[in-house]
Write a protein that binds this ligand. Structure first.
Ligand code: NAD
Ligand code: ZN
Ligand code: ZN
Length: 372
């Protein structure tokens, strides 16, 4: 057994509690034990913390992590002690119909296990004395160690810095992937992104990468709009000050955009994303709403104008391919991850990071763990 320093979720809107937990140092046959080096703080953690998503307690939050493999199970292939990894919150079983048809983000096993915050045997790996402690989305990176299925540990090059690499585990892959994999945005397209947080700015960045000619970012924060221009936005709309749809019409000569991405998780901005696309255009729901929220869409417009409304989970990524590719692009200077890390904090400061996120400040707070 080893001791794990963790920030534990005990119930909605309670500050995360710093606790010492226990974990076995002997991974199961197909598992690896990872010493976490860095973890981003994502809005999905806040959905859980704020009670917008029903979440069991006690549980270690955090799902955007990177670290080093310190022990590997007897049947693990392709990973060894000392490897640097980015963690995936949708471990692919590599056997179900979704995995074998190239859609590992829809993996049946991941839906039944990681999305329920447990392992494939239905159990947890962390203990607080006698009590089981779950790991958020099978990751639980608000802790200095995590046991994960081997398929959730994606090997990356060793010269990539951990703080930036951690963000590839959620926001970066979700954002770039929504453009590249889900919507397959073509060069010279016109793109609207509503919400310029960690995810939305990566949608902007993805649109730039594929050669979109017009990238419009809408947010209520001037800081985010300024950052958006840095990541490739050609136009910005402060939707607190002006009407979003009117502004989009003006910028597109009345036509609407080819693609609109919602990256907040609010019903009225999802509806706005649909209204903002041109005839035959595509709106992509990336932001995730609170449990039970519904939207209202005019189905006549849908058929008459052939407008599409699609969803994107984890950027429709194939993590074992996309994580290393994105990190290569970062190391080559094509993808900006440095500007995403707006705060570097200790685990004990994670509650303050959520307070900043609620205020819409910064892009990503990244927890850095001592590696000595
Ligand atoms: N689909 C997926 O696989 C996936 C993965 C990760 C995160 N998400 C979801 O994406 C969403 C964004 O996550 P994030 O980490 O980027 O969040 P974030 O808090 O970093 O960013 C949200 C942004 O939205 C802006 N905003 C808030 N209200 C607004 C409004 N009314 N109009 C315009 N802008 C507004 C904020 O100023 C902020 O810049 C969340 O719902 C999260 O759960 C989805
Ligand atoms: Zn996330
Ligand atoms: Zn599967």
């Amino acid at each position: 057994m080893i001791t794990v320093n963790a920030a534990v979720f005990t119930g909605p809107n309670q500050p995360l509690e710093m606790r010492e937990l226990q974990i076995s140092d002997q991974p199961g046959a197909n598992e690896v034990l990872v010493k976490i080096a860095a973890s981003g703080v994502c809005h999905s953690d806040l959905h859980a913390l704020s009670g917008e998503w029903e979440t069991p307690a006690p549980l270690v939050l955090g799902h955007e992590g990177a670290g080093v493999v310190i022990a590997a199970g007897s049947e693990v292939t392709g990973l060894e002690v000392g490897d640097h990894v980015v963690l995936s919150w949708t471990p692919s079983c590599q056997k179900c119909e979704f995995c074998v048809t190239g859609n590992p983000v829809l993996c049946q096993l991941a839906n039944e296990t990681a999305y329920q915050h447990v392992f494939s045997d239905g159990k947890t790996r962390l203990k607080d004395g006698e009590e089981d402690v779950k790991s958020f989305l099978g990751v639980g990176s608000f802790a200095d160690h995590a046991m994960v299925p081997a398929s959730a540990a994606i090997k990356i090059r060793k010269d990539a810095p951990f703080a930036q690499a951690a963000l590839v585990g959620c926001a970066v892959t979700t954002g770039i992937g929504a453009v590249v994999n889900t919507a397959k945005v073509e060069p010279y397209s016109t793109v609207l992104v509503i919400g310029g947080g960690g995810v939305g700015l990566n949608i902007v960045q993805g649109a730039r990468l594929v050669g979109a000619k017009q990238i419009i970012l809408a947010d209520v924060s001037e800081d985010k709009l300024e950052l958006g221009r840095k990541f490739g936005a050609t136009h910005t709309i402060n939707s607190r000050e002006v009407d979003l749809l009117t502004a989009v019409k003006e910028l597109t000569e009345g036509r609407g955009v080819d693609y609109a991405f919602e990256a907040i998780g609010l019903p009225f901005t999802i509806e706005a994303s649909y209204e903002a696309v041109r005839r035959g255009g595509t709106a992509v729901v990336v932001g995730q709403v609170a449990d039970g929220v519904k939207i209202s869409i005019d189905p006549f417009v849908m058929s008459d104008q052939e407008k599409k409304l699609i969803g994107s989970n984890y950027g429709s990524s194939r993590q074992s391919i996309d994580f290393p590719n994105i990190i290569d692009q970062y190391m080559e200077g094509l993808v900006d991850l440095d500007s995403m890390v707006t705060d570097r904090i200790a685990l004990s400061e994670v509650n303050e990071a959520f307070a900043e996120m609620r205020k819409g400040r910064g892009i990503r707070s990244v927890i850095e763990y001592p590696m000595a």
